[in-house]
Structures are given as structure tokens and as C-alpha cells.
Write a protein that binds this ligand. Structure first.
Ligand SMILES: Cc1cc2nc3c(=O)[nH]c(=O)nc-3n(C[C@H](O)[C@H](O)[C@H](O)COP(=O)(O)OP(=O)(O)OC[C@H]3O[C@@H](n4cnc5c(N)ncnc54)[C@H](O)[C@@H]3O)c2cc1C
Length: 454
């Protein structure tokens, strides 16, 4: 076993595994240390009763930073695309909306019965703001630091300028919480517009047909070609001396080893990184910023096995506006039959508490989600069974989102050669797996520059 690497990466979530694969592929000796007995963090698979269950992410957006990592390192990004129709259930009535054109939102408002004039007014204002956000993102890249933000109205406050239609507010809140894990009355409007510039007009998305774990294993193999990838190896400490990261202490088979490296990359989340490296090494300003800024988002993931499909025939992905907690659902095994045992179906349902700031009351949230499921999908009672209900709370190891957009931390830390990656790190315009992958790209660039100088 070697104990000297160019790069040591802590954690194999999307951010960690993408950064490790990119750097190994570029020729740097890389160690990837994962504390659990499976790769991928919230992009992984656990097997139960013959089902391949996701540990978090289900829909993977195409053509974003995640797919680009696979292309760069020469691994096939095997996902089955969803049809470009969004099934939208509003107040028990189902609507179908075609995605992927500039008029998606206007179409959505029109098909939900909003008057043409109001739809156009909101649609035009939204297009203007998304265009402006695109320009600001480009400017941010050139200026290399954050532009002054000024006052930050929430999305709900922004929308109220144009309409007080409750149904429309409900739909936007549903879309926002489903993709960003915080509510329209919590999220700064500018962050939603920035997100829309990355996503275009709700871009194509797909599902990994053999489960997420199979997908991330391809990246592990890239790391192994130019380094090592260890499971069941929790990192206990980041070694810091003279204001610089020098390596990690990692536990393997009951023993703690010290591994030296020129760069350390942590995918354990900014808070855990501080614990691992020692708060005293970060300075008061960083710790204070982190305390004020970092806000995780909660989520409840319900996975149901059934004898027959429980969702409307073409609802590979549906949003549900106006329910208590459940905002989106989908049948994954129609497109990807290998995720369920022969003859059975696997569907998922995501619920979100109304307040994303405070820890959830688990039993209350369970009851709310259960009532939503019974009302919207009554067949669950007769031919389905809940095989998993996961509470991804704000302080858990695997929250719904490690940070709301705009409430995340920079990748660089005050400790030289120590970087954070993953969903807790700022990447304007991206969310979920693409956000984590985007941070990996940026950190791989910074680390490559440092390593090429040594
Ligand atoms: C219910 C739910 C549904 C979601 N749906 C979607 C979706 O449909 N599409 C989408 O794009 N995104 C979705 N997401 C978000 C997506 O899962 C995350 O954005 C992404 O997987 C986060 O990756 P990450 O890099 O932050 O790492 P994480 O997933 O947080 O993984 C971190 C890894 O680091 C390891 N680790 C931590 N500390 C140590 C240590 N000391 N030593 C060694 N290892 C350590 C952990 O064990 C873990 O494996 C969903 C999330 C949830 C919870």
C-alpha cells in the first residue's frame, strides 16, 4: 500500500468521484477514500427485496457537467432518456406539457387555464430575468468573484409583482422545491433564474437502467487506473501544518494510516471538512460565514413496489401541485425494468416540509406524505407496498440538498491546497448531481494548476 499521492479525495459522492476521476485521468496519482461500503453517496443503489433502490438522485439531466465528466474520462454515460412531456397534476386534474422549447412556462400557464394576458406577462418577465441571469453568470466568470448581490427578494416576492394567482404560485413552488429542495418563499429569485439558464427550457433527463451504482463504478475504474479507490475507509483527519493541507489520516481494517498528498479534496460537506481539518485552521471569518451562509434543504424519499403501474400511463415524471408534501413522482421501472424484480414495478415520490430551515418532525412529515400518497395514488393500498421511506433531514449525513442555491460555500478554503467539492459548494445555475459535478470540474482545474507547478 502506497502512502504518497498527488491528490487525496475524501468521499465518493458525485463531487468526490468526479474530481478523483478527472485528476486520475489527467495523470495525477489519486487516492479516493470512501467511509461507507458503497460508492456514490446520494448517487448510489441499495438492493432490497429484489429492487434496486436509489439512495437519492433519480433523474440525471443530460448534457450538463456530470455527463461531460463521463465524456472527458472516456466512460459511457448510460442513461435511458425520459420522454419530453411533463405530467402535471393540479388540484386533482392532470395536464400534459411539452418540455424543451422557449415557451414551456407560457404553455404550462395556458394549459392550466391562466388567462393569455397574465401568462404572457409572467412569461415575458421570466424570460427577461433568465436572460439577465445568463449575462450576470458570464460576468461573474470574467470578474472571478461574486458580483454584489444587493437586496435579494425571494421568488415568491418576485412573482407577486406580476400575479397573485394561488394556483400559479403553487405550481412554481412545486417546481422550485422539487429541483432545489427549498421553497419559493425561501429561495432568492435570482438563484432560480440562474438555475434556469443552466437548465435551458427544462432539459432532457434520464435514469440509469442498472441503477446509479453501476454508473459511478465506471468512474471508480478510471481512478484505479492511476491510483487507488478504497471502500470502508473513513477519513478521520485532514493533516494541516503551516497553513497547508499535507494529507489525510484514514482508517482501514481497524488501523489508522497517514497518507501524504499535495492536494486534499473533500466531498464530505464544508461543515465536516472543518471538523476534519480543525476549526482553528480556518480563521473566524470563514467559520462565521459558514455558520451564517450554509443552509441545507430537507427531503423525504418514498419508494413503492407494486404489482402494476400506479401512475398514469405516460407519467414517467409528474409534478403534483397542491398536495401537502409530495411534489413529484415517477415510475422508474417502465423505462428501466431491471430496477424491479420481474413482473413488479418501482415508483418514487418526493416530499418536502414547508420549512426548509429547521429539522423536520419525522412522524408528522411521514403522516403528511402518507395522506398525500393515499389521496393521489389510492391503488398503493391495494396493490403496492412502501419499501422505503427515507428522511433526508437538514442535519443528516445525506440531506435533500447540502445547501440551498446562494447559501453555499466557495470551493477554496483558507487552508492552502484544501478544497471542498459537492453540493455544499457554490456553482450558480446548477443543482443536484450537476451542481456537484460542476464543482468537481472547477476544483480539478485549480488542483491541476497547482500540481503542474510542483
Ligand atoms: C431524496 C433525494 C432525491 C434527489 N434527487 C435528485 C435527482 O433526481 N437528480 C439530481 O441531480 N439530484 C438529486 N438529488 C441530489 C443529489 O443526490 C446530490 O446533489 C448529489 O448526489 C450530491 O453529491 P455530493 O458530491 O454532495 O456527495 P454526497 O452524496 O453527499 O456524498 C458524500 C460522500 O462522502 C462520504 N464521506 C463523508 N465523510 C467522509 C469521511 N470522513 N471519510 C470518507 N468518506 C466520507 C460519504 O459516505 C458519501 O459517500 C437528490 C437527493 C436526495 C436526497
Amino acid at each position: 500500500m502506497e502512502n504518497d499521492y498527488d491528490v487525496a479525495v475524501i468521499g465518493s459522492g458525485v463531487g468526490g468521484i468526479c474530481a478523483a476521476a478527472l485528476l486520475a485521468h489527467r495523470g495525477y496519482r489519486t487516492l479516493l477514500a470512501e467511509g461507507l461500503d458503497r460508492w456514490g453517496g446520494r448517487l448510489s443503489t441499495v438492493e432490497k427485496e429484489g429492487f434496486r433502490l436509489p439512495t437519492g438522485a433519480i433523474l440525471l439531466h443530460r448534457d450538463g457537467p456530470l455527463e461531460r465528466v463521463f465524456k472527458e474520462v472516456g466512460v459511457r454515460f448510460e442513461v435511458v432518456n425520459l420522454p419530453k412531456t411533463l405530467h402535471c397534476r393540479v388540484k386533482s386534474t392532470d395536464h400534459r406539457i411539452t418540455l424543451g422549447n422557449p415557451f414551456t412556462f407560457i404553455n404550462m400557464m395556458r394549459s392550466l387555464g391562466m388567462p393569455a394576458r397574465e401568462s404572457l406577462r409572467v412569461g415575458a418577465a421570466l424570460s427577461w430575468e433568465i436572460g439577465k441571469a445568463g449575462f450576470l453568470r458570464a460576468a461573474e466568470k470574467v470578474l472571478k468573484h461574486y458580483l454584489p448581490r444587493g437586496s435579494r427578494p425571494t421568488f415568491r416576492e418576485w412573482l407577486l409583482k406580476y400575479t397573485d394567482n394561488d394556483t400559479l404560485h403553487g405550481i412554481f413552488d412545486t417546481v422550485i422545491v422539487a429541483v432545489l429542495a427549498c421553497r419559493a418563499w425561501e429561495l432568492p429569485a435570482s438563484e432560480f433564474f440562474a438555475y434556469m439558464t443552466g437548465l435551458g427550457t427544462l432539459a432532457e433527463a434520464g435514469i440509469a437502467p442498472q441503477g446509479n451504482l453501476e454508473l459511478v463504478r465506471g468512474l471508480v475504474r478510471v481512478v484505479e487506473k492511476n491510483g487507488e479507490a478504497w471502500l470502508r475507509s473513513p477519513v478521520r483527519r485532514i493533516v494541516v501544518s503551516g497553513g497547508q493541507a499535507r494529507g489525510i489520516e484514514v482508517e482501514r481494517e481497524g488501523k489508522v494510516f497517514t497518507v501524504t498528498s499535495k492536494v486534499v479534496i473533500s466531498d464530505s460537506g464544508p461543515r465536516r471538512t472543518v471538523e476534519l481539518a480543525g476549526a482553528e485552521n480556518f480563521g473566524m471569518k470563514y467559520i462565521r460565514d459558514m455558520r451564517v451562509r450554509l443552509r441545507a434543504g430537507p427531503a423525504v424519499l418514498v419508494l413503492v413496489g407494486s404489482e402494476r403501474p400506479l401512475l398514469p400511463e405516460d407519467a414517467h415524471f409528474m409534478i403534483i401541485a397542491g398536495a401537502r408534501r409530495i411534489v413529484c413522482a415517477g415510475d422508474v421501472s417502465i423505462l428501466c425494468p431491471d430496477l424491479a424484480p420481474p413482473g413488479r414495478h418501482l415508483s418514487y415520490y418526493c416530499g418536502y416540509p414547508l420549512n426548509s430551515l429547521v429539522p423536520m418532525e419525522t412522524e408528522w412529515e411521514r403522516a403528511q406524505c402518507t395522506r398525500d400518497l393515499e389521496e393521489n395514488f389510492p391503488e398503493i393500498k391495494t396493490c403496492g407496498e412502501v419499501i422505503h421511506m427515507g428522511f433526508h433531514d437538514v442535519h443528516s449525513d445525506f440531506p435533500g440538498a447540502r445547501a440551498w442555491p446562494g447559501y453555499d460555500m466557495p470551493a477554496e478554503t483558507p487552508i492552502k491546497n484544501l478544497f471542498n467539492v459537492g453540493e455544499g459548494v457554490r456553482a450558480p445555475g446548477w443543482s443536484g448531481t450537476n451542481k456537484a459535478a460542476k464543482t468537481a470540474w472547477e476544483v480539478a482545474e485549480m488542483a491541476s494548476r497547482k500540481l503542474s507547478r510542483t
